[in-house]
Design a protein. Structure first.
Length: 634
């Protein structure tokens, strides 16, 4: 039986199971009793979120644990001068309001109130990230070293929130600071100590790299190392930084600096990706890692086995990565039994093995659903086919909680219609996006919905677009460039027929008026990689986004073809994107469709499951390694 027919036949008719919706609003109301304005609530949440040690960003409120310090800066004036500080700010920092007003908050990075520069222990990557967030008018959250007026070091867990006027202009930025004691050795300087003035003028000139032009030194090279690194190099791409090193010895030295390289990678790839890659850099360093991820010189396949087992056996489950853990939920057991169990494979362990997560209660069993990771340790399940038919419910679990518990998220009054074989992805670590799939009546869908799990009362909203790609199931959604989604393949409705698709579409969810558009992707001709071929149409394939924004496609159900281990690569952000085939040495997974994949640690694409036509493969794992082997490989 054709796979696509199977999809439809496997769908059960019947009512949606009764959802056990727990109203979090009542809980929230009682906890927040006594807090009479939105600020208190905001602060509570922020405090809770950041005192939980698990980066929990979601909307469960907790009682106030400590007063937080607040500053408000004027975003319409140059350099964000402070226009308000609260009493907690004065108490925690030792600076009186009249000593802070009118200044930029960066003075908190100076150990001495009269110092002219930030202390070398203040993480320049974090400072650069703050600057980027302010420039792009997006929220910032991070931790950095600050100093009290008397020089005492403080850890500042800081959130910067831009405030919009009715016309959308950013008028103010609010900073919420949670200060705590910093246990740092101020004599141990781990970040580069940049020199105040340029004293390298004569170092710059050598036979190969003369810097004199008609007798004058190049103006840029008279800038201090700090200005060069923070204001110039940090705005370039990793590739540009690699090539600008040939200008002269001094620039070369700066580009070799690991923190400069990290800053550059972070600016382009985002903090989440950088956090994931951090482990890798212990072995490789940012210079090498950035090169390997750009050139793909180290990419290879590897097969490995792990301990434990996902039992009872199943197919049509969904898996995703949460940090260095692989998580699997649900699936279709024997006799089409919808499964409701959760398994974790910790790849950081010396001998990784599948373990069933012990939870008090589970979402209703299902298959053909999606499982996505939010913010490191949170997982979210959406839809699928349950015992009594298709589902449109949402459940989240925090794997790092002492007692991980699945909680249903109500989702508001306009949820997507129940569906299975849809596709989903997460944006900004907090927004779940769902598209397409197959509805109760066997109809293919073309809609796209978004659920922001960071709001107080998460509510689904359909993304209104004047045009949408044809309805489909079994397609993939991949995120690149923070808010862009790349849709590829699937089983598509075309008139009376259902055909495999090889088309690609993109949408920028961060845009005020997001629009789907079809990508005209040619086949790359020439270069180091093999050109001239576009990926054959397919469904149930693997699509993963690499840290540098390129997307890899392989596997899936392809009409009459059995060579799906070919890997296709595309950079959708290019002006004229084109497909390339990359030849990867090593042992690829067997030809199959319905593989489940996830990217672990930023550089390891893990492939599990898959159907060969005869059997379901479950306990065989393959890894597409994007960077050189590292210590935690097993
Ligand atoms: C509202 C607001 C609050 C801020 N609070 C802090 C803070 O508490 N500590 C800190 O080190 N920087 C803080 N900053 C960031 C600095 O003012 C500055 O933007 C950052 O150091 C990056 O810019 P620079 O590289 O020009 O210094 C805050 C910025 C704004 C707009």
């Amino acid at each position: 039986m054709a796979k696509e027919e199977e999809f439809i036949n496997n769908r059960r008719a019947g009512k949606r199971p009764k959802l056990t919706q727990k109203t979090k609003d009542q809980e929230r109301e009682s906890i927040c009793n006594g807090h009479n304005n939105q600020w208190d609530l905001e602060e509570n949440q922020y405090l809770h979120n950041n005192n939980n040690n698990n980066n929990n960003k979601f909307y469960y409120p907790q009682p106030v644990l400590a007063p937080s310090s607040i500053v408000v800066c004027d975003a319409l004036e140059a350099d964000y001068p402070i226009i308000y500080v609260n009493t907690s700010f004065e108490i925690f920092t030792g600076y009186r309001a009249n000593e802070a007003l009118g200044r930029n908050c960066r003075f908190l990075q100076y150990m001495d109130p009269h110092a002219q520069r930030r202390h070398p222990l203040v993480d320049p990557v974090m400072v650069s990230e703050m600057r980027r967030c302010l420039e792009e008018a997006v929220q910032f959250e991070g931790e950095l070293l600050n100093f009290k007026k008397d020089g005492t070091p403080l850890v500042n867990r800081l959130r910067l929130q831009p405030i919009h006027a009715d016309d959308g202009t950013i008028t103010h930025v609010i900073g919420i600071q949670i200060f705590s004691e910093a246990k740092v050795n101020l004599n141990h300087v781990s970040y580069p100590v940049y020199k105040e003035k340029c004293d390298h003028q004569f170092d710059c000139a050598d036979d190969d790299h003369p810097t004199k032009d008609g007798g004058d030194f190049c103006g840029i090279l008279q800038l201090s190392d700090e200005v060069l690194a923070h204001n110039i190099l940090s705005r370039l791409t990793p590739r540009d930084v690699a090539s600008i090193g040939s200008v002269c010895r001094r620039i070369y030295q700066l580009t070799k600096n690991e923190l400069v390289r990290k800053m550059v990678c972070q600016n382009l790839w985002g903090r989440e990706v950088i956090g994931n890659l951090e482990l890798m850099t212990k072995k490789l360093g940012w210079v090498r890692l950035a090169r390997e991820l750009t050139t793909l010189e180290a990419v290879r396949w590897r097969k490995f086995t792990v301990g434990g087992a996902v039992e009872p056996s199943r197919c049509n489950f969904s898996a995703c990565a949460a940090g260095n853990r692989l998580v699997l939920f649900g699936g279709e057991g024997v006799d089409m039994q919808p499964m409701d169990d959760t398994f974790v494979l910790n790849l950081d362990a010396e001998h990784p093995e599948w373990r069933r997560v012990s939870v008090k209660s589970s979402p209703p069993g299902r298959w053909g659903h999606t499982l996505s990771c939010l913010n490191g340790s949170w997982l979210v399940v959406f839809g699928g086919c349950g015992k009594q038919g298709l589902l449109n419910d949402v459940f989240v679990i925090d794997l790092d909680a002492k007692q991980p518990t699945w909680t249903e998220i109500p989702g508001g009054s306009t949820p997507p219609v129940p569906r299975s074989w849809h596709s989903s992805c997460t944006i900004d670590g907090s927004k779940l996006v769902v598209s397409g799939g197959c509805s109760d009546s066997g109809v293919l869908l073309s809609d796209t919905h978004l659920l922001d799990l960071m709001t107080n009362t998460p509510a689904w909203r359909e993304i209104p677009t004047s045009w949408a790609p044809p309805s489909r199931l079994g397609h993939s959604l991949t995120v690149y460039g923070k808010t862009n989604i790349f849709m590829f393949g699937g089983l598509v409705k075309s008139g009376q027929l259902r055909l495999r698709s090889g088309e690609a579409y993109t949408i920028d969810i961060g845009n005020d008026n997001p629009r789907w558009r079809q990508l005209e992707c040619g086949a790359h001709a020439g270069g180091g990689t093999q050109g001239g071929v576009v990926p054959p149409p397919r469904l149930d394939h693997v699509a993963v986004s690499m840290p540098c924004g390129r997307i890899i496609i392989f596997g899936g159900s392809i009409a009459g073809l059995h060579s799906s281990s070919q890997i296709f690569l595309i950079d959708p952000s290019e002006e004229k994107p084109s497909w390339r085939i990359i030849n990867v040495p090593g042992q690829p997974p067997k030809f199959a469709w319905g593989h489940s994949t996830c990217v672990v640690g930023g550089t390891r694409v893990l492939v599990l499951g898959g159907h060969t036509g005869e059997e379901w493969i479950l306990n065989e794992l393959h890894e597409l390694c994007l960077a050189s082997k590292h210590d935690s490989d097993f």
